[in-house]
Design a protein around this ligand. Structure first.
Ligand SMILES: [Zn+2]
Length: 298
């Protein structure tokens, strides 16, 4: 049965979560509503600090707040509100079919006291069926409650940006307190981006043939060679010359730590994992800008 309730769907490229460093307040913004991406003003209580969209997103992703990870990793967010009676299962049909679901959130209205006695789980069946199952104590059964739901999903068949998947995995590992894995995955996110970027630069900007480009990349497989020599070949500059700070942060907080973990079983801390994800995000952003691609559409 089709749900009558209202749903909203937005492309996640239009939607960003940012976090204020001063007060920690998180905002969800629609990219098209942002007048100046270099100056987002915090709407937290008694706070008027401003920061850039990029800084805000970096802080959102390099945080251990679960919610903030997700707007970054799927192409679409669909959300709505359902009234259900406690103890039943309610089926919601999404207004658009999706090809993959990345995350589902169920929550009661923010601002109202959260009722811990209501237990919610969900089941998702592709392409469009969300079932919300609720339960509570005997005396609560049958009572009406309003539940907000948010589904982060992909509608497009294929993700063309594998770095998003790895950064999401890094964030998942972080939340699961597996800090070494978070760092390893952050490094993979950087490496897959680097591979895609040098490929694109050599083919499009340098106008090399595909087989020549293949040959170069096969002979310079190492990420260090690629960030130095292949970049020089492609644009006449090493990544370290474009932005030494971002480059050093990646080398020290991500690449070197990854090697320590893989080769010596180094037990990285949560702080190190947070730092690695932030540093990986910065260098990925820098590389995407080199090919005029923004991680988000601002
Ligand atoms: Zn603030």
């Amino acid at each position: 049965m089709k749900s009558e309730s209202k749903q909203e769907r937005i492309s996640v490229g239009e939607h960003i979560a940012v976090r204020c460093e001063a007060c920690g307040y998180r905002q969800n913004l629609k990219a098209s509503d942002i007048e100046d991406p270099s100056k987002i003003i915090c709407t937290g209580k008694d706070c008027d600090v401003s920061f850039s969209a990029k800084e805000g997103i970096k802080r959102a992703i390099a945080s251990d707040n679960d919610y903030m990870a997700w707007c970054f990793i799927s192409d679409t967010m669909i959300y709505g509100k359902e009234e259900l009676s406690i103890g039943t299962a309610k089926s919601v049909t999404l207004e658009a079919p999706v090809s993959a679901v990345k995350k589902v959130f169920l929550y009661q209205d923010e601002g109202k006291p959260h009722d811990d006695s209501i237990y919610l789980v969900h089941k998702f069946s592709l392409p469009d069926k969300l079932v919300i199952i609720s339960s509570s104590s005997e005396e609560m059964l049958g009572q009406k409650v309003e539940i907000n739901w948010t589904v982060y999903a992909n509608i497009a068949e294929e993700s063309t940006q594998p770095w998003r998947d790895y950064l999401r995995k890094a964030k998942e590992s972080l939340i699961n307190e597996d800090y070494p894995d978070a760092i390893i995955e952050a490094e993979i996110a950087v490496e897959v981006t680097l591979e895609a970027i040098v490929w694109e630069l050599l083919i499009k900007r340098k106008k090399l043939e595909e087989d020549v480009t293949d040959w170069i990349l096969n002979h310079m497989k190492g990420v260090s060679d690629r960030s130095k020599h292949v970049m020089e070949l492609a644009i006449g500059k090493k990544i370290s010359e474009i932005n030494p700070t971002v480059y050093k942060a990646w080398v020290n907080s991500v690449a070197k730590k990854r090697n320590l973990i893989v080769h010596q079983g180094y037990a990285a801390s949560k702080e190190e994992a947070l730092e690695a994800i932030g540093a990986a995000f910065e260098i990925i952003w820098l590389m995407l800008e080199l090919v005029n691609r923004k991680p988000i559409r601002i």
